[in-house]
Design a protein around this ligand. Structure first.
Ligand code: NAD
Length: 501
């Protein structure tokens, strides 16, 4: 395990990036392997449109090989029968290996996704290691149950691993979301096949290499990179996969349920899209609200499922709040993601950038007004950047108020009373999160109970730890990542009833 010092300047990051030869092969049964048919796809960086490397284009044949390896190791029990204390040790070693590899992992993440390197270091890699460490601790501390019975019987209720877990993840937080799934899946003794998004395959591949180095047996954690329609679909349709744990769009989440129905009725856990409302009452601390609202939409360039993309503000507070938001946005540095001072980087690719710009244009055509930003930025880089944007005069029925833009675009609507605020906030098919800002504790209490979302923040935004569950109501999904609650997704309950005679 080697630890490299975290560079402080772009020059050093670029020098390290030039020396980094990312590994783009699948990891199947402990071995880096090309796709069976030899095909690859281009992994392109949104920072400047340059080619990073060729990556194995997994097909159903590769998924079959990975699932077979996962099944074989699961049945052999190399991992699930490992003593809990030993499993904890290995998972902790895995977390340490992730930390020791921070520089490389952060570079892989930033070059694939275009996010600022400082975020990749201190948020993505750090949280990924913390997640594995968190679940490691359960290995020798999680008890099963004994049910109440009569004196001549013993009923044990045991948690058992499901078997082969297929994990399909998106490109916005590849490391964190992979670990949210791999952590509890491995803790409980499952074998895993991870399918990273085609836009960001490299950190997931590296993660599997680190797991092997840490002592997780070959075949327990496999990675098959490739396209959703090919590798992803094959994994979700596979008859020998016991669970698909999916994070991505609501549209593809719907397909996961269909694939499960068409194959083996595998379990499906879904973490999907969002359109989070930030509800601000006139008595709120507008300075504090503005700070969190700006960062809540501009962090990760708005490519966050729970980004606070709808601002629903009391009409009396609208003008002062928008001025405060503009002041915060002015302090957020949009720039080259390897520059240490950059706080907002690139969008994932050209197609997505055009989609985001299309939403802005469409919003204006529908009657919204650009209050801030609204344009492509840093064109000369060849990368895909969009300015921090505020759209005002938005009405609830407009597309920019209803659909997930997944970019740095805040849609502003206003209300005149509590009932209208609640109605607007809940008027969405999504239910991932919500926030309410007010100095009135009773109002905060009423709103936090009535808002429909997996997380409701009060006078704050995006605060969380591994100890709090994360996931959605309504069409934002089912099941939860993080916290002890996530563990249940990866287990079946078995009752063992013994009669004493
Ligand atoms: P996406 O749904 O297009 O892709 C997600 C994953 O599914 C990728 O690995 C992709 O290759 C795969 N996929 C695509 N089509 C498939 C198919 N037909 N069969 C099987 N797999 C397929 O989503 P995205 O564009 O990568 O990510 C953005 C979306 O993810 C947004 O909607 C965002 O809100 C959501 N998201 C949700 C959470 C959450 O926790 N709720 C977190 C992050 C992102």
């Amino acid at each position: 395990m080697t630890t490299t010092a975290i560079p402080a300047d772009r020059e050093t990051w670029e020098r390290l990036a030039a020396k980094l030869h990312p590994q783009g092969r699948a990891i199947i049964d402990g071995t880096a392997t090309e796709a069976e048919d030899g095909r690859t796809f281009d992994d392109v960086s949104p920072i400047d449109g340059s080619l990073i490397t060729q990556v194995a284009r997994g097909s159903s044949a590769d998924v079959d090989r990975a699932v077979a390896a996962a099944r074989r190791t699961f049945e052999a029990g190399h991992w699930r029968r490992t003593e809990p204390r030993e499993r904890k040790k290995i998972l902790r070693r895995f977390a340490e290996a992730i930390r020791a590899d921070t520089v490389r992992l952060a570079l892989l993440e930033t070059r694939d996704v275009g996010k600022p390197i400082s975020n990749s270091v201190s948020v993505d890699v750090a949280n990924c290691a913390a997640c594995i460490e968190y679940y490691a601790e359960f290995a020798d501390k999680l008890y099963d149950e004994v049910a109440p019975t009569g004196p001549d019987d013993l009923a044990l209720i045991r948690r058992e691993p499901l078997g082969v877990v297929g994990a399909i993840v998106p490109w916005n937080y590849p490391l964190i979301i992979s670990c949210w799934k791999v952590g509890p899946a491995l803790l409980t003794g499952n074998s895993v096949v991870l399918k990273p998004a085609e836009q960001s395959p490299l950190s997931g591949i590296r993660l599997a290499e680190l797991a092997l180095e840490a002592g997780i047996p070959p075949g327990v954690f496999n990675v098959v990179p490739g396209y959703g329609e090919e590798a992803g679909k094959a994994l979700a349709l596979h008859p020998d996969v016991d669970l698909i744990t999916f994070t991505g769009s609501t549209e593809v989440g719907r397909l996961m349920l269909r694939y499960a129905a068409e194959s083996n009725l595998k379990r499906v856990a879904l973490e999907l899209g969002g359109k989070t409302p930030q509800v601000v009452f006139a008595d709120a601390d507008l300075k504090a609200a503005a700070y969190d609202i700006a960062w809540g939409i501009y962090y990760n360039s708005g490519e966050t499922c729970h980004a606070g993309s709808r601002l629903i503000v009391h009409e009396a507070a609208r003008e002062p709040l928008l001025e405060e938001i503009r002041a915060v946005a002015a302090t957020i540095t949009l720039g080259h993601p390897l520059e240490a001072s950059t706080q907002m980087g690139a969008l994932i690719d050209g197609k997505h950038m055009q989609r985001v710009l299309g939403y802005i244009e469409g919003g204006v055509a529908d009657g919204a007004r650009v209050r801030l930003g609204g344009h492509q930025a840093l064109k000369e880089t060849g990368g895909f950047y969009v300015e921090a944007t505020v759209l005002e005069n938005v009405r609830p029925q407009m597309k920019v108020a209803r659909e997930e833009i997944f970019g740095p675009v805040l849609s502003v609507m206003s209300f005149s009373d509590e009932g209208e605020a609640l109605q607007m906030a809940n008027d969405t098919p999504y239910g991932l999160a919500a926030a309410v800002w007010t100095a009135d504790i009773n109002l905060a209490h009423r709103m936090s109970q009535a808002l429909r979302g997996g997380t409701v923040w009060v006078n704050s935004f995006d605060r969380s730890t591994m100890a709090t569950p994360f996931g959605g109501f309504k069409m934002s999904g089912s099941g939860r990542d993080r916290s002890p609650h996530a563990i249940d997704k990866y287990c079946d309950l078995k009752t063992i009833w013994t009669a004493y005679r």
